[in-house]
Design a protein around this ligand. Structure first.
Ligand SMILES: [Zn+2]
Length: 223
């Protein structure tokens, strides 16, 4: 990696930064693939419940964890990896990417990868910024830390006023091949993993009939 002589800031411009991934089309293979992603955990109540459901249907997913929560619940991070799912980096404390110094923005990214590696023995290769907000310093740091930024092309909106069980169910039924789906296992802010869980088993049960197959991001990347 080239470093500038003055301040050790890496020389990656916005133009040369890899584009974020939005759908499985980025991987160019694995037809009928969907990638389910769960953000803001690990959570002591909902992460184990979601892992149990995924396991029952042999589904694979990706968990974009917060460094702070990973430190608090390391056993859940280890369980996610042990059960064949992928861990992604969702920053340390879920700050609004616009409202912090550049140095802190970078630390939020790197510190979280360090924590995940310490706990799970694997360094994440996927990064998702809080609220999907693409602050350059964070994306650049993610690239320097060998991560690809992953957003989504479909959200089940499992939060806030729209995050009721029937609304989540309707949106899950529209999931189709190629989707990277935004969901939440963490309880922060107005997330509703409780409502998500009500239809997750039914949704996973419906996938074989719809010829859809779940992949973790590592799984589809290495396929
Ligand atoms: Zn989040």
């Amino acid at each position: 990696m080239n470093l500038s002589p003055n301040n050790n800031k890496p020389l990656i411009s916005d133009a040369t930064l890899p584009r974020p991934i939005h759908s499985t089309a980025a991987f160019g293979k694995a037809a009928n693939a969907i990638c389910l992603t769960f953000d803001d955990g690990p959570d002591p109540v909902y992460t184990p419940a979601i892992l149990d459901v995924l396991g029952a249907y042999r589904a694979k997913a990706t968990f974009f964890v917060l460094g702070q929560a990973a430190e608090e619940y390391p056993d859940l991070v280890q369980r996610i990896v042990a059960e064949g799912h992928t861990i992604g980096n969702h920053t340390y404390s879920h700050p609004n990417p616009w409202f912090m110094s550049e140095d802190i923005a970078r630390q939020e990214v790197t510190k979280t990868s360090d924590i995940i590696e310490r706990i799970a023995g694997v360094r994440p290769r996927w990064f998702r910024p809080p609220y999907g907000r693409l602050r350059f310093a964070m994306r650049q740091q993610a690239t320097l830390d060998n991560m690809t930024t992953v957003l989504w092309n479909r959200s089940v909106i499992d939060w806030g006023l729209l995050g009721n069980a029937s609304g989540i169910r309707n949106r899950m039924e529209r999931i189709e091949a190629g989707d990277i789906v935004l969901m939440h296992d963490g309880q922060r802010e107005h997330n509703r993993p409780d409502n998500l869980l009500r239809y997750l088993p039914g949704f996973l049960a419906s996938l074989p009939g719809r010829s859809l197959h779940t992949w973790s991001l590592d799984g589809i990347y290495n396929h």
